[in-house]
Design a protein around this ligand. Structure first.
Ligand SMILES: NC(=O)c1ccc[n+]([C@@H]2O[C@H](COP(=O)([O-])OP(=O)(O)OC[C@H]3O[C@@H](n4cnc5c(N)ncnc54)[C@H](O)[C@@H]3O)[C@@H](O)[C@H]2O)c1
Length: 358
């Protein structure tokens, strides 16, 4: 049976690139792999650089997926578009480094016939949608508190050679996902308000990772409080409500409105798991000590979102990139960086950084 695509290109075939390959395998006859480190892979034999891919093959690639470390996204995109101005490209989050946003946007302005989208899988999480729908069903007009934590001990991965984001630190890993969820809980107006607000930040600085743990507290003028947290050191702070024997990563979302508490706990396993049942997410609604709702939502959202993004690249109404989450990440990084520079940091240190509420 013929597949939808003849040729998909993957630039950077580490942890994420291999996930793309697995997800797109049922849709695609062949892959072109570009990765200087994947020389041991036999089928297909990888090219060390994009420049090594022969011209005729390059032009037959229908979609390129950029899954290199973040610091190589922009240069990979620039190379692809210079060789194929009408290319279709999926770029991994968080798109690019802070100082590359303007050149990235200029590149899209130059190559108007190209189509470029970012992976934002949490924009299509059924579990998050269930929570948003429940807020409507319960007629929530005012949210008192939103708490989100995405934490994982990344040290074993990094020791095994996985990339280190020393530009964004902890903001470069899960923070894009956290903000994509906030966008959905808020709706457009509150998201626009939140983006410009200063926050109280508590960070653990690190001389290699820049920042390895971050907690942000922000208050909207309406009184809604937001607490966001991510740790790369495996320190989990916001309480789980489902016990797991092995907590590989803690992904937790809570919304409080009056006496009602909506809580989501996303399955704590590594996203590379594609065998076995789909990801389990636990959704609970409580009023005081009473459990009003308790369900398990099975959702293979990452493969679904990647396939959706692949299709969008070929639609006439392919949406533009939403830069607002990255802009917020950049402004948070800027606050942390100013503090780091002032303190001439040389060793890991935990610091309370008050940038808004004093
Ligand atoms: N959406 C998600 O949930 C998610 C999850 C993990 C990673 N990511 C993103 O994916 C990207 C890659 O992360 P990862 O965890 O797969 O990293 P990784 O270290 O596992 O893999 C990166 C691969 O890119 C290769 N590479 C480096 N420079 C290259 C270049 N110039 N050209 C081609 N290949 C090159 C490396 O050899 C390596 O194999 C990052 O931007 C990260 O933010 C997203």
């Amino acid at each position: 049976m013929s597949k939808d695509f003849e040729l998909i290109g993957i630039v950077g075939c580490g942890k994420m690139g291999r996930i793309y390959r697995k997800v797109f395998d049922p849709l695609c006859d062949r892959f072109v792999i570009v990765d200087p480190r994947a020389a041991d892979d036999r089928e297909p034999r990888p090219y060390a650089t994009l420049g090594d891919v022969p011209e005729d093959l390059f032009h037959r690639v229908q979609v390129w997926c950029i899954c290199t470390p973040t610091e190589n996204h922009f240069e990979s995109l620039a190379t692809i578009l210079s060789r194929h101005p009408r290319a279709r490209v999926i770029v991994e989050k968080p798109a690019c480094l802070s100082f590359e946003v303007n050149p990235f946007q200029a590149l899209l302005g130059k190559y108007r016939e190209a189509r470029v989208l970012l992976n934002r899988q949490y924009a299509d999480s059924r579990a998050v949608r269930e929570m948003v729908n429940a807020l409507k069903r319960y007629d929530v007009e005012h949210i008192d508190l939103i708490r989100i934590e995405f934490s994982k001990d990344r040290r074993p991965d990094i020791d095994a050679g996985r990339f280190v984001d020393s530009h964004f630190g902890v903001l470069g890993y899960e923070w894009s996902h956290i903000l994509t969820i906030i966008q959905q809980l808020f709706g457009q107006d509150d998201w626009a308000t939140y983006r410009d607000l200063p926050s109280e930040l508590q960070a653990t600085f690190d001389h290699v990772q820049f920042v390895s743990e971050l907690e942000e507290q922000t208050a909207l003028p309406s009184g809604t409080k937001i607490e966001l947290r991510s740790s790369m050191l495996g320190n989990y702070e916001f309480a789980s409500f489902v016990p797991y024997d092995q907590l590989i990563c803690h992904r937790y979302i809570e919304v409080n409105a009056g006496t009602i508490r909506f809580r989501l706990q996303l399955e704590p396993r590594d996203e590379t798991r594609f065998t076995g049942p789909p990801f389990e997410n636990h959704f609970r609604i409580e009023d005081g000590g009473d459990v009003l709702h308790d369900s398990t939502i099975l959702d293979p959202f990452l493969p679904r979102f990647l396939q959706l993004t692949l299709n969008q690249l070929f639609q006439s109404d392919c949406p533009p990139i939403d830069w607002t989450p990255l802009e917020r990440i950049i402004s948070t990084r800027h606050s942390l960086r100013s503090h780091d520079d002032q303190n001439n940091l040389v060793a890991p240190a935990k610091t309370e950084l008050r940038t808004g509420f004093d």
